[in-house]
Structure formats: structure tokens, C-alpha cells
Design a protein around this ligand. Structure first.
Ligand SMILES: [Zn+2]
Length: 257
């Protein structure tokens, strides 16, 4: 087919689109999971930092000092020195935690790519997922309980008004009572809606361990970009480095869930 004038115009636009908007997704080769692309876009828009996923520090924002709970901050000491992640808290003039970037990043990636080694962390991550699910349901149950009480209180008000109306009061009193009755009825329908929403949340079941595990494996297989990979599967990593013995507690939680 020959080129038309309209086509040519579109080509120009397409190129611009590829350069700016689409480029961030080109790292994710062969990725079919639209969920992940959506997630990354949404996150990027929220933090308003276009460089967020281009950071050479693939564990940036994920490392937590187990002593003080602060985030370890990436630090580059200069050309010929190794870069580190460092806890900003100092004790006796010394940072809680200073770990060479390469060392900790290799350790974490080895774990992620070695399915057997990683299994323990995935089980722990799944247990965390289940307990946060349970917590959410407990909150919904509390809200449901409170809403039911509120609704029943207001229903009592309506009942009282009906009893008063049954006694044939004067017209201006009837008008006043009806106004209150409508106000209460509106309130009941609003609260009932909230009640149904909370009840429907309770019907959502947690995913199985197998699905949880699959979700992580899919991300590990599909995302070649290590920075994006760590962001997607790791919730946080508690780091302790007492007596130069590095200990990592990797909390795995796929952000796609
Ligand atoms: Zn610390």
C-alpha cells in the first residue's frame, strides 16, 4: 500500500510517543502482563520522579536498618571507592549499617533467582500476606458491627416517629415529624450501602500459596530489569550487620497482588 498524507503525519507522532512515553516500558521485554505496566506507570506518576526506576541502586528504598528502622541510603564516595548503602543513624560516630552495594545486591539477586533458596522467604511472605488479609477482614467485621448498630438505632428513631404519627398530632407537627423521618431514612439507605460494601469485601478470598508463588516466579522470569524486579517482588529487607555478620530478612510481597 502506498503512503498517504495522513499516514506520514501519524508516523511523526508515533516516533515522539516511542521516545518519551513508551521508552520506560521497553526495558520489560516480551512482557505481556498489562497489570505490571499499569502498576509501574501509576507508581511513577505518584512519586513524580521519572528517574526512579533508572537508579543504579537496585535496592534503593527497600533496605531497612534492623536497629533503628531507618531506610539505608545509597552513597557514592568517589570514583575509585565502592559505593555503599548506609544507615543515617550514627552511634558513637559510626553508622549502624554500612554495606557495600555490590555485596548486598548480589546476595539479594542470588536469592531471588535461586528458587530453592528463595522458597523460605516466599513462605514467610505468604504468611505475612495471609495475616494482613486477616487483619483487613477484622477491620471490615468491626465496621460492619458498628454500622449495624447505627442502623438499628436510626430504625428505632423511625419507629418512634411512626408511633407519634399514629396518634394523629396537629398538621404542623406531622410535617415536622415527616421531615425527620425522611432524614433518618436517607441516613439508613446510605449506611446500608456502606454495610453492603464492607460485606462484599469479606467475600474476597485470599489467593492460594501456589498462586502467590506463581505470581513471584512470573515476575522473576518476565522482568529482566533488576531494579524493577526488586521493586515488584520485595516489600522490604531488614538488614543487620552486627560484628560484621550480614543478616538479611527479605520480606517478599508481589506488588501485583
Ligand atoms: Zn540504623
Amino acid at each position: 500500500m502506498g503512503k498517504t498524507g495522513g499516514r506520514r503525519k501519524n508516523n511523526v507522532k508515533k516516533e515522539v510517543y516511542l521516545k518519551s512515553d513508551h521508552k520506560g516500558n521497553l526495558d520489560i521485554v516480551g512482557l505481556e502482563n498489562k497489570n505490571i505496566i499499569y502498576l509501574l506507570k501509576k507508581f511513577k506518576a505518584n512519586i513524580k520522579d521519572p528517574q526512579y526506576f533508572s537508579s543504579p541502586y537496585i535496592l534503593k528504598d527497600l533496605l531497612i536498618c534492623s536497629k533503628c528502622g531507618n531506610k539505608l541510603i545509597p552513597k557514592n564516595y568517589g570514583k575509585h571507592k565502592a559505593s555503599v548503602y548506609r544507615c543515617p543513624t550514627k552511634e558513637n560516630g559510626k553508622s549502624h549499617n554500612i554495606i557495600k552495594t555490590e555485596l548486598i545486591e548480589d546476595l539479594v539477586l542470588d536469592k531471588l533467582y535461586d528458587i530453592n533458596y528463595c522458597k523460605n522467604d516466599i513462605s514467610m511472605g505468604y504468611n505475612k500476606y495471609l495475616s494482613s488479609f486477616k487483619e483487613k477482614n477484622e477491620t471490615h467485621n468491626k465496621v460492619i458491627y458498628a454500622l449495624k448498630n447505627k442502623i438499628s438505632d436510626i430504625e428505632n428513631n423511625v419507629k418512634n416517629i411512626d408511633e407519634m404519627l399514629a396518634e394523629n398530632p396537629k398538621q404542623h407537627i406531622i410535617n415536622g415529624l415527616l421531615k425527620y423521618k425522611h432524614y433518618f431514612q436517607d441516613k439508613i439507605s446510605l449506611l446500608t450501602k456502606q454495610l453492603e460494601e464492607n460485606k462484599s469485601q469479606l467475600n474476597i478470598k485470599p489467593i492460594s500459596f501456589k498462586k502467590f508463588n506463581n505470581q513471584i516466579n512470573i515476575i522473576i522470569k518476565q522482568i529482566p530489569d533488576k531494579r524493577v524486579l526488586c521493586f515488584l517482588v520485595i516489600d522490604k529487607i531488614l538488614v543487620s550487620n552486627d560484628n560484621n555478620q550480614l543478616k538479611l530478612n527479605i520480606i517478599i510481597s508481589p506488588k501485583t497482588l
